[in-house]
Design a protein around this ligand. Sequence first.
Ligand SMILES: [Zn+2]
Length: 270
Amino acid sequence: MHDHSRIRDYPAAIIATRRSIDLAVRHKHRFHVLHVSTADEIPLLESHGGLITSELCPHHWHFHVGDYDRLGTLIQMNPSIKAAKDNQLLWQALLDGKIQVVATDHAPHTLEEKSQPYPLSPSGLPAVENYFALLLDRASRGECTWNQIASWTADAPARVWGIVGKGRIEVGYDADVVLVDPKLTRTIQNAKQWTKSKWSPWHGTSLQGWPIRTWCNGQCVYELDPSGDGIMHDQGVGQTGIVGSIGGARRLTFDHQRGGYWSTPDGIGV
Ligand SMILES: [Zn+2]
């Protein structure tokens, strides 16, 4: 299993990121680097104004090659997971604003698929369901602020992708809100996962700070009942009445300097 990180090694990640950034800078085109996995990429992301933005996934600050012995193909990812030192430095880059967005690269392969011997096993893991609690736990331990979490998961993605009417709690914006209980402690369990793949690489991890209610477009889509089991409401998701009218009022502008359409007047770091 360790071969995966030897095949998809540091140079693979660094060369890909450097080449892409060089091209973006040469053509003055906005570029967002997905899945930063090595500390060595961090200096490449800096000093481009708002032209280059980037994103980090929770597995790349949580897991390192030493975890292959325990988790095997469950943490087989592309880009591969790296060393414990990378975990720490990538988290620090997020704190320092050198990386602006937290995303998940959610890939809900089944345990059956993952149990095939490497390299028949697919790369990717389910992460979208627990990434927010993983962040809230960091905040409850004083390792980041609530405002940083809101920025990494809502405000910055909306700016990076020019998503109209999203990313902040403000008049005129969509009513997408997550209510969290910063004191609630729960343990991630495979059997309780909503994802159809029914497992998490963080199975058995106890976290403090959990979402207890979620609204999308003003509709409650998730709530945690007093027994500690979550309830999903799927009515209302995808209804767009209010969104359409408010979204339509926001102008998109094409910015040649940064490349592409933007709904916000400036990009990250500009
Ligand atoms: Zn991906």
